[in-house]
Structure formats: C-alpha cells, structure tokens
Design a protein around this ligand. Structure first.
Ligand code: TYM
Length: 337
C-alpha cells in the first residue's frame, strides 16, 4: 500500500469545550509533541464536536483559538505539524454523513461517553451527541491516519472507527487506512483529585477536582495538597488505592521516573511531602507552557496565519479522500473537462 513506504500519519483533536486540564496535557498534548519528529502529525481543534453540549458562542470562539495556542505552547511546531479548526474543513461533515449511513444504531447506543453525557445533560440529549463518534471517525479516516494518540476514555471511539473503516472497505473495496489508538500507560487516564474513581474532566463543576493547564503555581500546589488519598500513608503504585495511585501516575508522567523509583524516593515520608513534590513538578512543567501561551495569544495574526496554512494543507488531503468516497458510494460526478 501507498502508506507503507511513507512516514506514518498521526491525527488527533481536543474539543474546545472548556479549560484544558492536566488530563488533556498528559493524556494527549504532551505525547503529541513527543511524536512530531517521528510522524507526520495533523492536530485539529474539534469545535463541531463541542456544540453537542450547549456553548456560549463568544466563549467557544475564544476557547477555539486558545486551544490552538495551547497546542503550540506545548512545543508542537507548526513547521512540523498541521493545525486547523474542524469547522473550517467541510469534508468532515460530508464524510460524517456517509459514515453515518454505514454505522449501526446499536453500535452508537453502546458508547459509554454517550450514556455518560446523556445523564449529565438530560435536558439536551440531541442527535449530535448520539452521532458524535461518527464525526470522530470521519475526522480520523478523512486523513487516512495510522495512529491516534488519545487517553483511554477515547479507546471505544477508536475501536468503533476501526469497525466502520473495515466495514466500508469490505463493502466498497479498500478506501480507508484502519487506524490504531496510541495510548501511554501511565497517563492514559488521569483521575479527578477530589473523586479519584472518576476521570479528571474539563467539565467538572468542582474546580478543585482538576488541575487546569493555565492554573497558577499556588493553585496547583493547593489542589494537590487537598487531593483525596487514604489513611495508609505509604506512597505506592497500588491500583486498589485510587487516590495515591493517581498521584504516582501523575508524578511519573511529569518527571519520567518509574513507579519503583518514586516509591523509593518517598519511602518513609508521608503523603504531605509527596503531594508538594507532585505539585511542584506539575507547576514546573506547566510554567513554560503558560509563558508561551501568554505570548502566543497576544499575536492573533500569527495564530490566524497558522490556521490558514494548516487548513490549506489539511484540505488537500480531505478533498482527495471525500472524492474517493463519493465515487465509491456511487455519487455521480460530472466530467471536469
Ligand atoms: P477531549 O476534548 O475530551 O480530550 C482531549 C484528549 O485528552 C484526553 N483526555 C485524558 N487523558 C487522560 N486522562 C484524562 N483525565 C483525560 N481527559 C481527556 C482524551 O482522551 C483526548 O485524547 N472526542 C475527543 C476529541 C476528538 C478526537 C477526534 C480525538 C474529536 N475528533 C479524532 C481523536 C481523534 C474528545 O472529546 O477529547
């Protein structure tokens, strides 16, 4: 196949539906930056997905550009990676329709994110919330991505994407690259600091449950100090002790130290010392990102330029795929001559 001789392609996205958290950073953005030298990377701001939940228009507009600025501030280089907003490339919604006609109601009904969000937004269980994974499949398949770096909460969606791609390929002849999820173990699922049985989330109403990427050092340390743990007072990577396990994973992802090294480092010390060390490590990692973010958001013309260039590049790939798909499903295309 064409792809095997070429550099593998990565696609991923974040919804600009709130303030990005440490979960988004460790589960996604940090890895995106690490992958840019090895792969051809395409990173999107998923603004279409964001409106499956009600958004304040002015806030959504601002958060969309802020999300792009955060991608860049994490060290993802626009000379190496391609950036764009999902709503700027109409092929996403075009492909989403075709894929929706190749996705079963039962498959979408089984998605845990749909079930969770329907519970959280019981007054707004809209069709977009239900077909959300189809649009996500369209995002990925449009660019013939090989790998999709995400946190483990997105694994089910990637599996569905694989099923849709395989079904389409079998029905219409090979069309899509069947992508794989790329998930790092220690940062796959960063949990809430207040309720460690739940994932850390942008939309958590309890501000103490999440570290936000733009939180100041004092707040970061305070939130880690208050993080829910247990009464055993032994720093250990024990999955049964959710709170401390989460903090060990966070510290490991931030510092690159293994769980064993961390257990040794804090042997005989209480949770207090450990929590401060995690807070300091987190603030140290986020400080340069925040500094860069402040600079970038002052230069809207620069960000717009990055988007224009990225949209142009991504559009070329998207157009090719949609033309291929339209031809395969039997849509009449007039002769261009
Ligand atoms: P979103 O915006 O919820 O999250 C963006 C990325 O951050 C990861 N993530 C986490 N990782 C570890 N621990 C956490 N607590 C945590 N919270 C979030 C997510 O797994 C994700 O990688 N549907 C997607 C956006 C999307 C997308 C795509 C992703 C749209 N199209 C195509 C990949 C490919 C979403 O809502 O992510």
């Amino acid at each position: 196949m064409e792809q095997s001789t070429k550099q593998k392609r990565i696609f991923s996205a974040v919804q600009p539906s709130g303030n990005l958290t440490l979960g988004n950073y460790l589960g996604a953005l940090k890895n995106w930056a690490d992958l840019q030298d090895q792969f051809e990377c395409i990173y999107c701001v998923a603004d279409l997905h964001a409106i499956t939940v009600r958004q304040e228009p002015a806030v959504l507009r601002k958060k969309s550009l802020d999300t792009l600025a955060l991608y860049l501030a994490c060290g993802i280089d626009p000379k190496k990676a391609t950036f764009f907003l999902q709503s700027h490339i109409p092929e996403h919604t075009q492909l989403s329709w075709v894929l929706g006609c190749n996705t079963m109601f039962g498959e979408l009904s089984r998605m845990t994110q749909f079930k969770d969000k329907s519970q959280k937004h019981a007054d707004n269980i809209n069709a977009g919330l239900f077909t959300y994974p189809v649009l996500m499949a369209a995002d990925i398949l449009l660019y013939q991505a090989d790998l999709v770096p995400v946190g483990s909460d997105q694994k089910q969606h990637i599996e569905l994407t694989r099923d849709i791609a395989t079904r389409f390929n079998n029905s219409y002849s090979p069309t899509f690259t069947v992508p794989e999820a790329y998930i790092l173990k220690s940062s796959a699922r960063i949990m809430s600091l207040a309720e460690p049985e739940r994932k850390m989330s942008k939309s958590d109403p309890n501000a103490n449950a999440s570290i936000f990427m733009l939180d100041r050092k004092d707040d970061i340390i305070r939130k880690f100090k208050r993080a829910v743990t247990d009464s055993e007072a032994v720093v250990a990577a024990d999955p049964a002790r959710l709170g401390i396990y989460n903090l060990v994973n966070i510290y490991s992802s931030l510092t690159g130290k293994s769980a064993e090294e961390i257990e040794r480092e804090f042997e005989g010390k209480g949770y207090g010392d450990f929590k401060i060390a995690v807070g300091e490590a987190c603030a140290d990692v986020l400080a340069p990102v925040q500094k860069e973010f402040d600079l970038l958001t002052r230069d809207k013309a620069y960000l717009d330029g990055i988007l224009r260039e990225g949209t142009e590049k991504a559009s070329c790939i998207a157009r090719k795929t949609i033309q291929k798909v339209y031809r395969k499903v039997g849509f009449y295309l007039p002769n261009s001559k």
